[in-house]
Design a protein around this ligand. Structure first.
Ligand SMILES: [Cu+2]
Length: 476
């Protein structure tokens, strides 16, 4: 069924005539269920997928916009594979501009034909990505999106992105397995198309239409006594989400790049762009409706305007009251489901062989205007900024001397946050994106393992990446 829908959608990219005949809705709508996202799973160790990149008209809550999509779906199809599986993705570019694919979070080769983000997939071209997920790969909620430098923010903001799940040991823990699974793919849109100007790009563009899985305020249900597992992805260009579920704490079970050792209770959870988290929700409240809220958060502003000037109120013309993202309802009743006692141990990394310092900031450059910088330099595709040796461990001290928050993302290898502002971090977690707030310093510890080649690290406010906040790294 899923395969059939997928084929019809692929064909529709080429001709556009089959849609009306088969009745498959092209437009995402607010009344479809959260399961509307097509799911493509590996079979017999192989995940084989066609991804067609195309533009089209989509509507949310009665408002229309011209957006970009994979296989005419926003979000793109959810891809699922397991450690040891081979993944083959045939990507065809029906857009009028170049693009490519990045498999954010996956520990796979950065070289062709795998997670090669320097590849240019020109209009009209097809490229087949192929890689094997290592046998020892973490279970995780990963995220695919375009990574063609200079157009990344435009293309992600216009709709390109999807979830890539690696199912493994975490999914086999009985209490986790028993929980009902839902996905929270957080994405904001500017349906007016008016936001692409120099100033908003410097801030990092936010849209006033907030969606979860391509829907405005979808509902999720939980049985009384039951457990709900939410896999949450911040797939937005620049918007931060400070999440809170009314009357229900989050029980954190996984961060970006894998499970944590034991459940941790949180009253709220901040996800900056590119970050993911998995939480359990206990169905132990009174039957009723509870809002998943996005609370106000100030992520800074350009220096001359002072801090705090680019909070949500400035960006989207919204006030600073909480925004409703989704609604939790109660349905049915089950015997009380317990939280898991233990999850997956997170190894303690050895002391680093090398310590580096990276400073994040922005500055004016003659002829180029405002650029976003790492160690005083804007991205240069010809320059190698960092050379590391596979098999070693490094600490990177990342200092944000600017006036805007920057979520720092490293490709290929996950890391652990060791210190914040000089203080040891006690919770060991696998991360691939870490928020470095304005004026703060974060130290991460990275084991460079297995894969050689060239890739990048960058700010995941994607406008900042396109405006220069990215560096090349060669792993040799
Ligand atoms: Cu940034």
């Amino acid at each position: 069924m899923q395969r059939r829908q997928f084929l019809i959608l692929s064909a529709s990219s080429l001709g556009g005539v089959l849609l009306a005949q088969c009745g498959t809705p092209k437009e995402s709508s607010s009344n479809s269920s959260s399961n509307a996202t097509p799911v493509l799973k590996s079979e017999n160790g192989l995940l084989e997928v066609d991804l067609n990149l195309d533009s089209g008209t989509f509507s949310f809550d009665g408002q229309q916009g011209n957006l970009l999509s994979y296989n005419q779906q926003i979000p793109g199809p959810r891809l699922e594979a397991s450690p040891g599986d081979t993944v083959r993705i045939r990507a065809t570019n029906f857009l009028s501009e170049s693009t490519n694919l990045h498999y954010h979070g996956l520990h796979i080769s950065p070289q062709e034909p795998a997670d090669h983000i320097f590849l240019e997939l020109s209009p009209g071209e097809t490229y087949t990505y192929e890689f094997t997920i290592p046998e020892n790969h973490h279970s995780m909620t990963a995220y695919y999106h375009p990574h063609f430098h200079g157009l990344v923010a435009d293309q992600v903001f216009a709709g390109l992105g999807g979830i890539f799940v690696v199912r493994g040991a975490l999914d086999e823990i009985p209490e986790v397995k028993a929980a009902q699974e839902e996905f929270i793919f957080l994405k904001d849109f500017d349906l007016t198309g008016n936001s692409r100007n120099r100033h908003s790009r410097m801030m990092g563009r936010e849209g006033s239409t907030l969606t979860v899985n391509g829907e405005v305020n979808p509902s999720f249900s939980i049985p009384s006594g039951g457990l709900l597992r939410l896999r949450m992805v911040n797939a937005s260009n620049a918007r931060f989400y400070r999440l809170k579920l009314e009357n229900h704490p989050f029980y954190l079970i996984a961060t970006d790049a894998g499970a944590i050792a034991s459940v941790r209770e949180l009253s709220e959870l901040l996800l900056s762009p590119g970050e993911r988290a998995e939480v359990l929700i206990k169905g132990d409240a009174e039957s009723g409706e509870y809002r998943l809220l996005n609370l106000p958060y100030q992520r800074g502003g350009m220096g001359m305007m002072g801090n705090g000037m680019m909070g949500r109120g400035m960006m989207g013309g919204e006030d600073d009251s909480p925004q409703t993202l989704a609604t939790l309802t109660y349905s049915g009743e089950v015997e009380s489901q317990p939280l898991p006692e233990n999850l997956i141990p997170v190894e303690e990394l050895p002391e680093p062989e090398t310590v580096r310092e990276l400073t994040l900031n922005h500055g004016m450059f003659p002829g180029r205007g405002m650029q976003f910088l790492i160690n005083g330099q804007a991205f240069d595709p010809q320059r190698v900024d960092t050379r590391v040796t596979v098999g070693t461990v490094e600490d990177w001290e990342i200092r944000n001397t600017g006036t805007m928050d920057h979520p720092f993302h490293l490709h290929t290898n996950p890391f652990q946050v060791i210190r914040r502002n000089g203080e040891a971090v006690s919770n060991r977690e696998w991360k691939d994106t870490v928020l470095v707030p304005q004026g703060e310093t974060v130290r991460i510890r990275i084991p460079f393992r297995q894969f050689r080649g060239k890739t990048v690290y960058h700010c995941h406010v994607l406008d900042h990446e396109d405006l220069g906040m990215m560096g090349n790294i060669v792993m040799q």
